[in-house]
Design a binder for this molecule. Structure first.
Ligand SMILES: Cc1ncc(COP(=O)(O)O)c(C=O)c1O
Length: 440
């Protein structure tokens, strides 16, 4: 498609003026932890389906997908309609239930395999923070075991050994940010992903203190070995710890029943955001009624009561958007088509990489995919660190210059909105990027 942007060497005066403001008032002129080099940083104005446009009107194929929240692509008509209708009825009602939040809660309890109850929160980070707090309250133990390289959000308990530059201090975790209290970091234990032997050893020594094990079912782009998740479940049963499955990305994404259905595993709690939220401010914790029930406000002042609260909990606009999204996802063939697109994309990407002699693999689990400079599917963070990350970022940067919105070095998403035209354009852009890559 001719309108796909290539290179951003001549940003318009509009874009330059906006960056001048952003440089002045936003740290690093960015959002969160992403900072892009000058030749690929852009200011986007809008999106539709699988495409996004920058303020100069250049078009991009979007594989970031709102970090996975936009499983139907941008501005899906059903989601827009439901959100607008709810905005007309009222944007928020704090402190009391609203009808849409009740209806969505019933739907989530029906549709999330482990859910006997759900409790609302606003973001994925909040959901994992509450799940950890619930686990401590339920078990009376203080520590949480997580896996090296796993992302569970932005709070002080989550950012421990998430971005380690080297591996191997198990079970001690490494803080990822300045400003994290030692006391918080030391309540987290860390183990390599997919390593059941090491996990058994750590748990055997520390189980008296461990409230829960939290795991991503696909850790960034690393798929869990099925026996690993089942092994975590068995260990949690053996030592009365809770198993928290972080489905913020995988819930309603790998398939309708999320990773719990994909891997046929039942956690005690699962955390959900992104698709749950419909692109808006809503997330939830799902799972056992006896655990989630500890947040029942009627228990205030009693043993076990666990505090939950947030201005936007149960937000009806996000709840309406989520309901519309789930309706679409529930239609026959949706996951087959989306995951099939990722399959075609990765197979054909691999052929192009091979043709250019580029030593990389195109990996996907369901609709999560990435190009990795390694020989085979990674098992853990050690494999990721041992790979050629500089080349990975260089190729991704060239892809951005070919009009694909990917964040260099970051796992990416296919949505239901990606089309045969997107596949063709993506592969053509990849071919050009590989040619350029091979020259340098
Ligand atoms: C697995 C996982 N858990 C938790 C989070 C945190 O979600 P949020 O960014 O909505 O706080 C993310 C965000 O990407 C995630 O990927």
């Amino acid at each position: 498609m001719s309108s796909i942007a290539t290179k951003n060497s001549s940003a318009s005066s509009k874009q330059r003026a906006l960056f001048a403001i952003a440089d002045r008032v936003l740290p690093g002129s960015g959002l969160g932890s992403y900072s892009l080099a000058d030749d690929i940083r852009l200011i986007y104005s809008h999106g539709k389906g699988s495409r996004m446009w920058d303020v100069d009107g250049n078009e991009y194929i979007d594989y970031v997908g709102g970090a996975g929240a936009l499983i139907l692509g941008h501005s899906h008509p059903a989601v827009v309609k439901a959100s607008k209708a709810q905005l007309d009825r009222g944007a928020h009602m704090f402190g009391s239930l609203n009808d849409v939040a009740v209806m969505l809660a019933e739907r989530l309890v029906d549709d999330i395999p482990c859910a006997e109850k759900i409790a609302y929160a606003t973001t994925g980070s909040e959901a994992t923070g509450y799940a950890m707090r619930l686990a401590r309250a339920f078990t009376g133990r203080s520590k949480i075991l997580k896996f090296e390289g796993a992302y569970h959000g932005n709070h002080d308990y989550a950012i421990v050994s998430t971005f380690p530059q080297q591996t191997g201090t198990y079970p001690q975790g490494v803080p990822d940010s300045c400003g994290q209290p030692d006391a918080t970091v030391s309540t987290m234990l860390v183990c390599p992903y997919n390593d059941l032997d090491m996990l058994r050893r750590i748990v055997a020594e520390h189980h008296d203190d461990i409230a829960a094990i939290i795991a991503e079912p696909v850790q960034r782009i690393i798929p869990a070995r099925p026996e690993f998740l089942h092994g975590v479940r068995a260990l949690c049963d053996e030592y009365d710890m809770l198993f928290i499955l972080d489905e913020v990305v995988t819930g309603f994404r790998l398939c309708y029943g999320g990773a719990q259905q994909w891997y046929d595993v039942r956690p005690d709690l699962s955390t959900h955001g992104k698709v749950v939220g419909g692109g808006g401010p809503l997330s939830c914790i799902a799972g056992r009624a006896d655990v989630i029930g500890l947040s029942d406000p009627r228990l205030k002042g009693r043993q076990g009561y666990t505090y939950f609260n947030g201005t936007l909990h149960g937000n009806p606009v996000a709840a309406a958007a989520t309901m519309a999204m789930l309706d679409e996802l529930g239609k026959p063939g949706v996951y087959e088509r989306m995951n099939g697109f990722a399959d075609d994309l990765c197979r054909e990407t691999q052929q192009i990489l091979d043709r250019h002699g580029i030593p990389a693999i195109a990996e996907h689990t369901g609709s999560l995919w990435q190009i990795l400079f390694m020989e085979k599917t990674p098992r853990n963070q050690g494999d990721v660190l041992a790979s050629d990350q500089e080349s990975m970022r260089r190729l991704d940067t060239l892809l951005m210059q070919q009009g694909q919105y990917v964040l260099p070095g970051v796992r990416r998403f296919v949505s239901t909105a990606h089309t045969a035209q997107d596949l063709e354009d993506t592969l053509r852009g990849l071919d050009s990027a590989c040619r350029e890559f091979s020259k340098t």
